[in-house]
Structure formats: C-alpha cells, structure tokens
Design a protein around this ligand. Structure first.
Ligand SMILES: C[S@@+](CC[C@H](N)C(=O)[O-])C[C@H]1O[C@@H](n2cnc3c(N)ncnc32)[C@H](O)[C@@H]1O
Length: 383
C-alpha cells in the first residue's frame, strides 16, 4: 500500500533527521524527529508541490517568519542564526509547535510559493580559478561575466573577493585585490597535490550581468531575508559571509535580469561589446534544467562560439555541466557515487574552434577543490 501524503512527510522528516541533519544541525535534527511524529504540524508543507516537500523548505519558512512577522517569538532564542543562545532542550519542540499554531496560514503560504534558495559566495574560490583560465584565453581582453542562475549576484563579484587556497601540506595562498576584509575572503581547502595556478591571475572585468528566474535584490531586506532563512541555524559563518557579500554586491549593483536562463541568454550575449570576451558561467544552477533545456543551452553557446570568442565556466554535476560539451562522462568525473560533487569545467571558443578542459572537482558548497586539469575534445551538441 502506498503511504498517505502525511505518512510520506513523516518518513521524509525522519530521513532528513537521520541522514542530513544528524551531526550537522542538532536543532533541525531534533525538530525533524518531532515533526515525523506530529502530522498536524507538518500539514502546511502539503501546500508545496510534491517535489518541494522537503524539511529544508519547511524550516526556511519557519525561520522567515521569525525574521519578519514573529520576531519576538521564543523559538528564535534557540537559533544561533537569529542570535539565539539557548541549547537544545525540550522547550525547542514546544516553541516550534506554538509558532506553527499561531502562524499556520502564513507558513502554508510560504511553503506554497517559495523554493529554497542559496547564494554561496564561498563558491567564488573555485570559480576564480576558472576565470583565471578564461583570462589566459582572453589574451589581454577584459571579461564580460554572464551568470546563469545568479540569485543575488554574489558570484558575479568574484573578482572583488579575496580567495584563499589551503593545501593539504599547509601551504596557503590568498589571491585577489588588496585590503579585502576577512568576511569577504572565500577560503577553500585543496584536496590532493594539485595547485590551482590560474587562480593567481589578475582578473579584469569589463562588465557583469546575471539571469535568474527570481533574482534577489541585495538591497531589499525582505528579499534577502529569504536567503538568510535558508541557512541552517548553526551555520553562523555562512550567515556572516552572506551579510558581507550582500553589502559588497549592493555597492557594485550588477545588472540582474529576471527570466529563464535558456531563453534570456542569447539577447544578453548579443549586447556584449566586441572588445570584451563573454564568460558565461553557472554554479549549481544548470542542475535545475531538464535535458531538453540543457541541450538548447549548449546549442546556443555553440552558435555564439562559432561567431565570436567565448568562454564558458561551469561548476556543476557532470551530467549538468561537462557532459554538455564532451562525449560521454569525462574520466575526471571520478566514480559516479561521489554525491554532490561538481566538475569545474572550462569551454573556450577561439576563432570558432572549441576546446574543453575539466579543471577539477569541488563539493556543492565550495568547501574543497581537487585540482587535476585534463583536456577533452569538444563534442558539438546535437540539436
Ligand atoms: C542553488 S541556486 C545557486 C545560486 C548561485 N549560482 C550560487 O552558486 O550560489 C540556483 C539558482 O538558479 C536559479 N534558476 C533555476 N532554474 C533557472 C532557470 N531556468 N532560469 C534562470 N534561473 C534559474 C534559481 O532561481 C536559483 O537562484
């Protein structure tokens, strides 16, 4: 017999408690165990589409309420990302139940209309190495950055951050502009002996533009509160980084365009001045496209690359990135069971001819980078 919707939610919360939150977020772990036994509290999540019924959406909605309409609620005292200092105890579940009881309609509306959204500036450390390679290929011309799935545009200002690389032997190098504060320093741990030399290359960015289905205005406190709410309560370092990057991106104010990335990209590329090299990049965004949309994107890039010099930098799962440009699964992807790993891949068109290089692997949150560049023949997408 198939489980009812309520039973499916209970199983989902139990799974999140034991496999996602355990050892990472004691607060979400305890609350998920509680929610698995209390269907009346999880009912608001049934308003979300079947693919969105996930504990992280429910908790993001809860945190959003605490940041907006329920600021004084006792649950906030348990959540470090909201300034809370209380340890996990029995009162945590009582506080959640009280919040859900008082704000059931608001919670339901958020679950129905939102999706979890992260914009992780730390991913800039891996991307910087890709942009360094793009700079080598640009031979003195400035880069025009175009981000697909940009969220608040935090990765569009990768050149404004300091990026710190920490090798397994303790070697540490920081590349980027001088005088960058620690909060805008994106650190990545290197796994293995390879060193990302191109990250040392100075980046010259002529202009930047990002596309997103729902771009986040970094100067709008309500819009950015959703990004804050999506951070797990114990991850205060992520929150600090987010705040600093939001402030910086508010200064730069890159152009963010609302729209589907596949449909919007050709128009934006057509606007780029001929003396700059477009660098189209994506991080953890193409994974949301279906196969047809990914192929259309690859076909657009091939058409533009045939007409003008172009570089593509993607940090995506192999199937959503590297495999759009090479035949089959590149050996650099490693065993298929490395879950959540992304391949940092650079595709460059020069005088109409394309080459592909997989620079290495990184994890989804940008905490580590494994540098082992290898070249592949470019496979033109079949439309
Ligand atoms: C996980 S976030 C990653 C954001 C950012 N690239 C990063 O790495 O921090 C994925 C983003 O892609 C956007 N997105 C998903 N599908 C899209 C599409 N078809 N067109 C435009 N943006 C899309 C989402 O709205 C979301 O902001």
């Amino acid at each position: 017999m198939r489980p009812t919707e309520e039973q499916a939610l209970a199983q989902m919360f139990r799974r999140f408690a034991r496999h996602e939150f355990r050892g990472v977020s004691p607060r979400y772990e305890q609350l998920s165990e509680l929610l698995a036994d209390r269907p009346e509290l999880t009912e608001p999540l049934l308003a979300a589409g079947p693919g969105q019924r996930r504990a992280i959406l429910y908790f993001a909605a809860v945190q959003y309420l605490l940041r907006t309409v329920a600021r004084e609620h006792p649950l906030a005292a348990y959540l470090p990302t909201l300034g809370g200092t209380r340890d996990v105890d029995k009162g945590l579940g009582v506080a959640l139940a009280d919040l859900v009881g008082g704000y059931r309609d608001e919670l339901t509306e958020l679950c129905a209309t939102r999706t979890t959204q992260t914009n992780e500036a730390r991913r800039a450390a891996s991307l910087r190495a890709g942009f360094g390679r793009a700079t080598e290929h640009a031979e003195g011309r400035p880069l025009h950055l175009v981000e697909l799935g940009t969220s608040a545009g935090l990765l569009l200002i990768t050149d404004r951050y300091a990026c710190r690389y920490v090798g397994p032997d303790g070697r540490t190098e920081t590349y980027g502009p001088d005088g960058v504060p620690e909060a805008l320093t994106m650190a990545v741990r290197l796994r293995g002996p390879g060193w990302p030399e191109p990250a040392a290359t100075e980046l010259t960015v002529a202009d930047r533009v990002g596309i997103d289905l729902s771009p986040v205005d970094a100067t709008d406190p309500l819009a950015t509160d959703w990004l804050r709410a999506c951070i797990w309560p114990e991850q205060t370092d992520r929150l600090t980084r987010l705040e600093a990057a939001l402030t910086e991106v508010s200064r730069v104010r890159p152009r963010l365009v609302a729209g589907d990335l596949v449909h919007t990209l050709p128009t934006l590329l057509a606007e780029i001045a001929p003396d700059a090299v477009p660098v189209v990049f994506a991080s953890m965004a193409l994974t949301y496209l279906d196969r047809t949309a990914r192929r259309r994107l690859a076909a657009t890039l091939a058409e533009v690359g045939a007409e003008r010099d172009l570089t593509v930098v993607v940090s995506e799962a192999s199937v959503a990135g590297a495999e759009l440009f090479v035949d089959g699964r590149p050996a650099a992807a490693g065993p298929p069971d490395v879950i959540g790993a992304a391949l940092l891949t650079v595709v460059s068109w020069r005088d109409g001819r394309a080459g592909v290089e997989v620079l290495g692997r990184t994890d989804g949150h940008g905490t580590w980078l494994e540098w082992h560049p290898s070249r592949y023949p470019y496979a033109r997408p079949v439309a």
